[in-house]
Design a protein. Sequence first.
Length: 333
Amino acid sequence: MGFRHVPAAELHLHIEGTLEPELIMELAARNGLTLPFPTLAQLRAQYEFTDLQSFLNLYYANMAVLRTEADFADMTRAYLARASAGGVRHAEIMFDPQAHVVRGVPLAAVVNGIASALAASEQEFGMTTGLIAAFLRDETEEDALEILEQLLAMDAPIIGIGLDSAEVGNPPTKFVRLYDRARAAGLHLIAHAGEEGPPSYVTDALDLLGVERIDHGIRSMEDPALVRRLAAEQVPLTVCPLSNVRLRAVDTLAEHPLPQMLAAGLNVCLNSDDPAYFGGHVDVNFAALETEFGFDADTVATLAGNSIRSSFADGDRKAALLTELQEWRTQQG
């Protein structure tokens, strides 16, 4: 039985991480850029990496083809088309404003390009969406605050902020003022924690930053007291299994702690992270877990239901999606 088209929400997705090699080549040609890897095969060969930093190096290098509002719109529309085909009904999409501004791309071009595609997503693809500004934890808090103020001044259609990029050595304590400012502006708060960093980063993200969701969080399992807390408070954890394998947060999918996280009563959901780089979108992650762990329809429905309930969608949208999920579950027999 295949569960590749379960209706779900995707809550951990970096839009720049959806940039497929074919679109990179197309955008490079459009913008008159010469890539260091002139053929599609050579570019694809670069997608073999072994850790977070080697991935990030490629991730940022490939962003160079994103120059105009149209580029960002085309990238976003391509993600929406692929995700909706795989069952995603609601997506909360992160983007990295600092990584584009530092290249000289106007912030308005980034935001307006992505937002134009999102504005049409419900009509074109039946998907509701939200946009989250993710700040680079290996940059300064001052730089993040400056970009956040620019986003607020331009009334950018963002629903929240996040924290991503190199985790180790960049603890949540660096960004307390950033999160205080975002909270004062009425934004939702999420952060990557406990992917490569220790369980204490998860605790600090909750207690010092006041986040509503933890992105990744798999290393929480090393701290029994934290696991009990996460279960008691039902803190959403946006887990990305194929990403974790590719970046060697775990060596193999068989060693991924997701089954143990479910058994511990944690509020986990399934996401793709950077699907162009990590081997697949949400539906492919579901299929991989079904194959590896023998997940049945009830387990898949639990993961999908967690994603919907943990989203920032409004109550009516959540109710509609949960009804659709229940209909899907009934069809599975």
